[in-house]
Ligand binder design. Structure first.
Ligand code: NIG
Length: 387
C-alpha cells in the first residue's frame, strides 16, 4: 500500500536512536518504507492512513544476527536423548549434512522461508543466516544461493566441521579455496566453528584470513563448549562478532572490551544444550557490545523466537529489559555492520527504515514479565505490514 501512514496512540516508544529514551504518548509517520516523522501524538502531521495502537508499546523490529536456516531433516531424536542426559557434541552436525545434501535447492528455500515467516510473525524484520550443512563445494554453493534468497545477510560456514571421512588438511584447502570461490557471490561474512571436535584456533585463523582476503567480514563460533581461544582470536582479528561465549576467562572479557567485536549470546541454544549461560552481566558491565540471537538450527536451538531469547536473557542471564531489547535490535545490527547510515536496522529514526513492531502490551518490560505469551501484535518491514 503506498502513501503515508500515521501510527498513533503509542503508549511507549523505544527508538534506540542516539537519545536512547523510551517516549510516551508518541506517534510516528511512515511512508516509502521509511520513517518520516517521530514526535508527540498531539503534534502529529496528517497522513493518508491512521493506525491507532491504543496505548501499546512500539519498538524496532528484532534483528536476528545468528541463524542456520538452510538445512534438511530434523534432529528431534538427538534432542530427546540430550534431555535424557546425553551431552551435546559437534558430531551431530553430520546428520544434518546428510539430509541437506539430499534436499533440492527449492526444498531448502521452502524450509528456510517458512522459518523466516515464523520469525517475522514474532517481530523479526532483519535476519542473518549461514551455510554450513553442505560441506562440499556443490552443496555449500547451493546452500549459499538458497540463503541469499531468504536472508538479509549470509555467512559462509564451510568450516563447521570436517565432514566424516575427509582428511583435515584437504578439507581446509577446499574451504579456503574452491568452496570459498563458489559461495563468494552470495555471502558477506565468513564464519568458523572454533571448538573441540570442529576447528582449532590456528585452523580457524587460516579460514578467517582466507575469507578476509576475499573481501568478507569475519564471524566466529567461539567458546561454546569450552575455553577454546576462539573469543580471543575473534577480538585479535577484529571480527564483527563472536558468538556463544559460554566459557570466558577474565582475559577473554578484557580482550572483547578492548576490541570492537560484538559478543553474540544465544540463550535458547544454551537451554537446549544445557550449557552454562555466558556471563552477560560481566560483559555488559565491562563495556562489551552484546547482541542476542536465536541461533535457529535443527541441532542446538530449534526456535525462531526473539521474544523468547529476550525473556531468557532477562530472567536467566542478568540483563535488564532495556539492555536485552537493545542487544536484540541495535546490538545485533552492530554485529552485522548494519547499525549506521540510512539503511541501518535495529533503531527507529527519522529517515531510517520503517522496520518496527507493536506489542500487545503497554511496555517492553512485558516481554520478560509475561514470558512465553505471544505479545507481537503487528510488524512492519520496510513500511509494509507483514504481521
Ligand atoms: O551454533 N555451534 C555450531 N553450530 C550450531 C549448531 C550445529 C548443530 O549442532 O547442528 C550452533 O549451535
Amino acid at each position: 500500500m503506498s502513501g503515508t501512514e500515521l501510527i498513533t496512540g503509542i503508549g511507549e516508544l523505544t527508538t534506540h536512536d542516539e537519545s536512547g529514551e523510551r517516549r510516551h504518548d508518541a506517534a510516528l509517520v511512515i511512508g516509502d518504507g521509511r520513517i518520516l516523522w517521530i514526535g508527540a501524538a498531539s503534534q502529529a502531521p496528517a497522513a493518508d492512513r491512521r493506525t491507532d495502537v491504543d496505548g501499546r508499546a512500539v519498538l524496532p523490529g528484532w534483528v536476528d544476527s545468528h541463524t542456520h536456516l538452510v538445512f534438511g531433516g530434523d534432529r528431534s531424536a538427538e534432542f530427546e536423548a540430550r534431555m535424557a542426559g546425553q551431552k551435546y557434541a559437534a558430531g551431530g552436525i553430520n546428520t544434518t549434512v546428510a539430509a541437506t545434501r539430499a534436499a533440492s535447492e527449492e526444498q531448502l528455500v521452502a524450509t528456510a522461508l517458512g522459518l523466516r515467516h515464523e520469525a517475522e510473525t514474532q517481530g523479526t524484520t532483519f535476519l542473518e543466516t549461514k551455510t554450513g550443512y553442505g560441506l562440499d563445494v556443490d552443496s555449500e554453493a547451493r546452500s549459499a544461493r538458497a540463503a541469499a534468497r531468504v536472508a538479509d545477510v549470509v555467512s559462509y560456514l564451510g568450516a563447521h566441521i570436517v565432514p566424516t571421512g575427509l582428511d583435515r588438511r584437504d578439507y581446509l584447502d577446499l574451504v579456503t579455496g574452491p568452496m570459498l570461490a563458489a559461495v563468494l557471490p552470495y555471502v558477506q561474512f565468513i564464519d568458523a566453528f572454533c571448538e573441540q571436535g570442529a576447528f582449532d584456533v590456528e585452523e580457524t585463523r587460516e579460514v578467517l584470513l582466507a575469507g578476509r582476503a576475499a573481501g568478507l567480514g569475519l564471524r566466529v563460533h567461539g567458546n561454546q563448549l569450552g575455553f577454546t581461544g576462539g573469543v580471543r582470536l575473534a577480538a585479535e582479528l577484529g571480527a564483527h562478532s563472536v558468538d556463544h561465549c559460554n566459557y570466558l576467562e577474565p582475559s577473554d572479557i578484557d580482550a572483547l572490551a578492548a576490541s570492537a567485536t560484538v559478543a553474540t549470546l544465544l540463550p535458547a541454544c544454551d537451554l537446549s544444550t544445557r550449557q552454562p549461560f555466558p556471563p552477560a552481566r560481566q560483559l555488559f558491565d565491562a563495556g562489551v557490545t552484546i547482541a542476542l540471537a536465536t541461533n535457529c538450527n535443527p541441532g542446538t536451538s530449534y526456535t525462531t523466537s526473539m521474544p523468547f531469547c529476550v525473556a531468557t536473557a532477562v530472567l536467566q542471564m542478568g540483563l535488564t529489559v532495556t539492555e536485552a531489547v537493545w542487544a536484540a535490535t541495535r546490538g545485533a545490527a552492530a554485529s552485522l555492520g548494519h547499525d549506521q547510515g540510512t539503511d541501518a536496522v535495529g533503531s527507529l529514526r527519522v529517515g531510517g527504515l520503517a522496520d518496527l513492531q507493536v506489542l500487545n502490551a503497554p511496555s517492553i518490560s512485558h516481554l520478560a514479565y509475561r514470558p512465553g505469551v505471544p505479545l507481537t501484535a503487528n510488524v512492519w518491514r520496510r513500511g509494509v505490514r507483514v504481521a
